[in-house]
Design a protein around this ligand. Sequence first.
Ligand code: FAD
Ligand code: FO1
Length: 448
Amino acid sequence: MVNSKRIHVLNNGEINKHGPVVYWMSRDQRVSDNWALLFSISKANELKVPLHVVFSLTPNFLNAGLRHYSFMLHGLKEVEEELKNIGIAFNLLYGNPESSIPEFVESLKASILVSDFDPLKVKIQWKHSVNSKISIMHLEVDAHNVVPCRIASQKVEFGAHTIRTKINKLLGTYLVAYPDIPLLKYKAESSPINWNYALNWLKPSPDVTVVDWITPGETAAINAMNSFLNVGLAGYSENRNNPLLNAQSGLSPYLHFGQLSAQRLAVEVAKSTAPDKDKSDFLDELIVRRELSDNFCLYNENYDNVEGFHSWAKKSLAEHSNDEREYIYSLNQFEKAQTHDNLWNAAQQQMVKTGKMHGYMRMYWAKKILEWTISIEEAMRIAIYLNDKYSLDGRDPNGYAGIAWSIGGVHDRAWAERPVFGKVRYMNYNGCKRKFDVEKYISSWLGK
Ligand code: FAD
Ligand code: FO1
């Protein structure tokens, strides 16, 4: 039922015949359309044992605040309810997974540990540490990518144009409809979770407020997907880069937290009656661009710093490191949207207020941080800090790849050389003015 190519053996542990299967949920926080869950269920039925899903809650995860944890916990509450309905136990653990997961596995005398794929360094470290403390088999299932990241390519790809051919060749095999969730032969129950206690336990920083434009959870995600399919997909190609139109799907928070499966979305888009150009442009972003980010993070551990840039960019940026900066701002000035450029300030405010800056403005926003900081190291630090702190879809491979593209030309080509940017693609205010009504965007985010 689950293509074996999605499954990656993480250790050489053995299967302990009698204990329950444990699925350590982290990236793909949903019950439907989840290959890691489907695999865990088939394993449990095969071993004639029950299934426990477990989520390890860690405070201050990569600078996450109340905005992110509130969204995530609401989604996990729905996961708990849906799992209960099909006889699967859901356990919420507190603290570092490197100790909480081995303890949990030991307490249940689990038969096998299943986890979902995530290319971020912190996750790779978690799994490495867990593996040093357990003796049972640990399998990882890529439930996030249409084409499993480790299958699409075994090396860091140059750009969308190189991974596109590899991914498109494999879509026939992997872009398939999901099977129904099989019945559990052996059921398990768990005591209900006190979600208010969980949120309070995290003590999330309140200075990044909860957002109200989006409802968390997989039911709301499917509803948002359907309204995008019915209304937003047609015209996507033409309108998606206009920050004044609400013409992107708005689905990235659901995709980031795994409350919506990208494969489900892709299957539904492919079936839609919207114009082909809109469908192919959207699928290229959703599959090629998004899966290129996982490729970048999996095979380039410096995805979040200057070392991760290509040599042409490192060389060129270094040659211009002493160029005169017309403006230099501190993290605090950027964070408070106090630069001389009201277009940049408006984009920053959109992110602070809503947790979702328009995709086109994200490029401009990051490139100006390169232009107005004392070094590219400082630019990377500030861009990642602010994006992870305020963006609901932050702490995501797409973010690290998007920032590396903007500041370090990753997945982009060299352009005509200029001060500060060197050969990294330049963007400026006038370029934005040619594309949309900047005054209107500024007034909508900087107040009247
Ligand atoms: P849509 O246009 O509706 O796209 C649908 C989905 O396709 C997105 O949710 C995403 O999964 C994928 N996608 C679209 N554009 C890109 C892209 N350029 N790269 C990779 N995947 C893409 N995306 C995040 O998910 N989290 C981030 O923290 C993030 N930070 C970014 C920072 C910078 C500086 C840049 C330039 C881009 C960043 N992106 C990030 C990528 C992109 O801007 C967002 O995915 C997109 O704006 C999300 O809104 P949407 O779902 O409405 O987009
Ligand atoms: N994953 C976990 O396993 N435990 C957490 O407590 C956790 C918190 C968290 C907060 C904000 C956020 O954006 C992501 C968070 N994640 C957590 C990870 C997330 O599920 C994704 O796997 C990665 O951020 C993207 O790869």
